[in-house]
Design a protein around this ligand. Structure first.
Ligand code: DQA
Length: 156
């Protein structure tokens, strides 16, 4: 495998985020997931890195992808687990198992909404948590991921 041919960073979007742009725009904004992803790819490729992206409404598919990230050369994950943030021990366990650094992102400020959104199965494992900044949260997370990769003493 060529160096850097595997994706350096994996961006994961959980359930219902495929509806961004039309889903509760007052909370999640009017930008589509496609636009967010296009910008993310440009940002990562401009830094000479590769990005893989998955959106899924299915817990098992997300678990499978995180498990695969443990062996496919992925070095960093940015994830918005969406509703699974508050429910999924299975997805949490997948992150624990692969032990890759990751940032948890939420478009909305989950602390300013219903109380059940304050609890996350991921935050204590995450390197950082960003919420409330809308799509800018992904840009900041990817920037931090790129910096993390650049500073990794063992790899380029
Ligand atoms: C979300 C917040 C979650 O509580 C919610 O279930 C989502 C999106 C966010 O990005 O603000 O689907 O993760």
């Amino acid at each position: 495998m060529e160096e850097n041919s595997a994706s350096d960073i994996l961006l994961i979007h959980g359930p219902n985020l495929n509806l961004l742009g039309t889903r509760e725009p007052g909370i999640y904004g009017d930008e589509s997931l496609e636009k967010i992803n296009t910008r993310a790819i440009k940002q990562v490729e401009a830094a000479g890195r590769f990005l893989d992206i998955l959106q899924s409404n299915h817990e098992g598919e997300l678990v499978d992808r995180v498990q695969r990230a443990g062996t496919d050369g992925t070095r960093y994950i940015v994830v918005n687990p969406a509703a699974f943030t508050h429910t999924s021990v299975a997805l949490r366990d997948a992150f624990s198992a692969v032990n890759l650094p990751f940032i948890e992102v939420h478009l909305s400020n989950v602390h300013a909404r219903e109380t059940f959104r304050r609890d996350s199965f991921f935050s204590d494992l995450a390197q950082a948590v960003i919420c409330g900044l809308g799509p800018t949260g992904y840009e900041i997370a990817l920037d931090a991921a790129l910096k993390h990769l650049a500073l990794d003493p063992n790899k380029t």
